[in-house]
Write a protein that binds this ligand. Structure first.
Ligand code: AP5
Length: 214
């Protein structure tokens, strides 16, 4: 199965992608994580990436398309993948179609997680990541075990100020991407406002109904 996952910052893309990855044995490809890994290297490319991330803006299409293209071309993707946070612009969506066609592959569904802007701020400020396991928690909605609290980290861009910039960027660019997948009959819209497990049950139900219609 080959999936793309679209949604506002903190809509739950990573949380659902993690669950889908385990359920369907997919490769989880998160462009946000790939870009933060580049940033952490402090390389020339990493510094360019940082300049966009710290303003809550998208990195240029050419840069992210290249990173994703290289990853998709790897052989171990035979069992399928989930692209988390890509595409975010129409150019990225078209480049993805082209790259997959060249590999003899295609997207099976584009999951759109819908959450109102009013809900994402609390999700952002409460998010914490465990650097040892990579697991994402929320202080209120997905509380970590007390014994690991002191080692948890908060992302640099998880501030109320940057949140608004990230949301604005999302809304400015995503409509043509959503239209692209809707026109292709691939769009699967999911209500992301219930609990993570309830959202996941909804995702599975919608994906299964596409695989065996009627
Ligand atoms: P990225 O890392 O993709 O950030 P984002 O899109 O802002 O999304 P987040 O990772 O913040 O949230 P999420 O939707 O994964 O939510 P999560 O599951 O963690 O990108 C970062 C930056 O990189 C971008 O701003 C951009 O600059 C750049 N970038 C990335 N991709 C790019 C691209 N394709 N092109 C150009 N630039 C790109 O959940 C959030 C919190 O809520 C967690 O604490 C979680 O526990 C909690 N939560 C999750 N689900 C629920 C629920 N149902 N109920 C209650 N709480 C929940």
């Amino acid at each position: 199965m080959r999936l793309v996952m679209i949604g506002a910052p903190a809509s739950g893309k990573g949380t659902q992608a993690h669950k889908l990855t385990r359920h369907f044995n997919l490769d989880h490809i998160s462009t946000g994580e790939m870009l933060r890994a580049e940033e952490a290297k402090r390389s020339e490319l990493g510094l360019v990436v940082e300049s966009y991330l710290k303003r809550g803006q998208l990195v240029p299409d050419g840069l992210v398309v290249k990173l994703v293209g290289e990853r998709l071309a790897l052989n171990h993707l035979a069992q399928g993948f989930i692209l988390d946070g890509f595409p975010r612009t129409l150019n990225q969506a078209l480049a993805l179609d082209q790259a997959l066609t060249a590999l003899g592959q295609a997207i099976d569904a584009a999951l759109l997680i819908e959450v109102p802007d009013s809900a994402v701020l609390e999700r952002i400020t409460g998010r914490r990541a465990d650097p040892e396991t990579g697991r994402i928690y929320h202080l209120k909605y997905s509380p970590p075990p007390p014994e690991i609290l002191s080692r948890l980290e908060q992302r640099d861009d998880d501030t109320a100020e940057l949140m608004q910039a990230r949301l604005n960027t999302y809304h400015e660019r995503i409509a043509p991407v959503v239209a692209h997948y809707r026109e292709g009959g691939l769009l699967v819209a999911v209500d992301g406002t219930s609990s993570p497990d309830a959202v996941f049950a909804q995702v599975l139900r919608l994906l299964n109904s596409r695989r065996s219609p009627g």
